[in-house]
Write a protein that binds this ligand. Structure first.
Ligand SMILES: Nc1nc2c(ncn2[C@@H]2O[C@H](COP(=O)(O)OP(=O)(O)OP(=O)(O)O)[C@@H](O)[C@H]2O)c(=O)[nH]1
Ligand code: SF4
Ligand SMILES: [Mg+2]
Length: 394
């Protein structure tokens, strides 16, 4: 994995009316043809994402979207896709013509401001640009000529400044480490493990420990007992895959600090306390209650698949009767979530923090408790309190 994954890059979403030059602008920012440009309004239909190094900032994801005033039969659906892309936005660029605004553009910026997402207005001039940055309708406003590239370098600098002040790169684990001992990472190599590599949360946690100057030891649960006997200093923290929580908890002395990759991801991606409240609501489930299981990406279901098999088995075991499960994967979270008694979310490693926070807020607004795999598995293993403790010690 040579590039920063999309989920840890800030997302810059470009929006505006049809034909205003959004795709020309993304191409100018990337200095390559990533989006189709034409004089035909409605050329861009689905959002187009491009990971790139946007200097002077660094790795970002740029997202081009369909025109907000697309009045084709599919126009409304396209605007919905744009709104979905905006849930991920860490910065929005509203592209406008010199004297023309679109009310929906302003309305979307106002909604983003309410969520704490900064925005820039980009005036795409079809001639010479004035160059001076200013503020129109409350937003920093920059002129460019996307076709000639005039003003695009300055726009990159404004984007970098907005991200540097508005985008917080959160630590995954290093903020709770003191360096008093190594950190042991327990990663089962079972049928579900991808061939020849570690999964994203494991790689991210490992990197975050190294970034913080810490020492990490990686082993399977089957070697953990041996590793512990070989260490001259006990581990400061053991981080395990949630699926082997019970085995790891039995091997470790009761007073040693234990948590899981998914709890660390849950804290990094969203509101851990909200997910813990979700676990507490499991006791209210009754037979035949509807439960939504959401996974951030699609993958082939395994023999003892966590979302398809393990979580349903645990919940039905606790409820004492059949539950009505619905599974959603990919970006399909916007369905009618109020119909459900509980939402169980995956570890969200492929989803950025903004999107995960939007999902948690949406669930809260609908009054539906939401828990994730890691919190749910720790709850069923009876070690939720223990595995939360290291995360609360700061
Ligand atoms: N002269 C000039 N033409 C431009 C400029 N920016 C875009 N255009 C032209 O305007 C037309 C539309 O540009 P696009 O970049 O496809 O516009 P868009 O906003 O992505 O349009 P949709 O995808 O339909 O929403 C193309 O013919 C571009 O060449 C500019 O700065 N100057
Ligand atoms: S289903 Fe969720 S946790 Fe699993 S890989 Fe996809 S986004 Fe990550
Ligand atoms: Mg376009």
């Amino acid at each position: 994995m040579n590039k920063a994954p999309q989920a840890v890059r800030p997302h810059v979403v470009i929006l505006g009316r049809c034909n205003v030059g959004k795709s020309t602008l993304i191409n100018a920012l990337c200095e390559q043809n990533v989006a189709l440009v034409s004089a035909q309004p409605g050329t861009t239909t689905d959002p187009v994402s491009k990971s790139m190094e946007l200097l002077p900032y660094g790795p970002v994801v740029l997202v081009d979207t369909a025109g907000l005033d697309d009045d084709t039969p599919l126009g409304k659906e396209r605007v919905k896709l744009t709104e979905r892309a905006l849930r991920k936005a860490d910065l929005a660029l509203l592209v406008v013509e010199v004297h023309a605004q679109h009310p929906l553009g302003q309305e979307l910026l106002a909604r983003l401001t309410k969520r704490g997402v900064p925005s820039l207005v980009v005036i795409n001039c079809h001639g010479e640009i004035n160059g001076a940055a200013r503020e129109d309708s409350g937003y920093p406003t920059i002129e460019v000529n996307a076709l000639t590239g005039q003003g695009v370098r300055e726009l990159r600098e404004h984007i970098a400044a907005a991200l540097k002040s508005g985008y917080e790169e959160l630590p995954l684990v290093r903020d709770i480490l003191t360096g008093k001992g190594p950190v042991v990472l327990v990663t089962p190599i079972d049928k579900a493990a991808p061939k020849g590599r570690l999964i994203l949360p494991q790689v991210q946690v490992l990197r975050d420990i190294l970034d913080g100057g810490g020492v990490a030891i990686v082993c399977r649960e089957t070697e953990l007992a041996t590793v512990l006997t070989q260490l001259s200093t006990p581990p400061e923290l053991v981080i395990t895959d949630s699926q082997v929580f019970p085995q790891v908890a039995c091997i470790l002395p009761p007073n040693s600090a234990l948590t899981s990759f998914s709890l660390l991801m849950a804290r990094y991606k969203g509101d851990l306390q909200a997910l813990v409240r979700g676990a507490e609501a499991i006791v209210d489930l009754r037979p035949l209650d509807p439960v939504l299981i959401v996974e951030g990406c699609t993958h082939h279901s395994q023999e003892d698949d966590i979302g398809r098999v393990k979580v349903p088995r645990l919940l039905e075991g606790r409820t004492g009767g059949k539950l009505r499960f619905t599974w959603a994967s990919g970006p399909n979270f916007t369905a009618t979530i109020s119909d459900y008694k509980l939402i169980v979310h995956c570890g969200a490693c492929m989803i950025n923090r903004r999107e995960m926070m939007a999902r948690l807020e949406q669930a809260q607004a609908a009054g539906v408790p939401i828990v994730n795999y890691g919190v749910l598995l720790a709850h069923f293993a009876g070690i939720l309190e223990r595995s939360l403790a290291p995360l609360l010690r700061k």
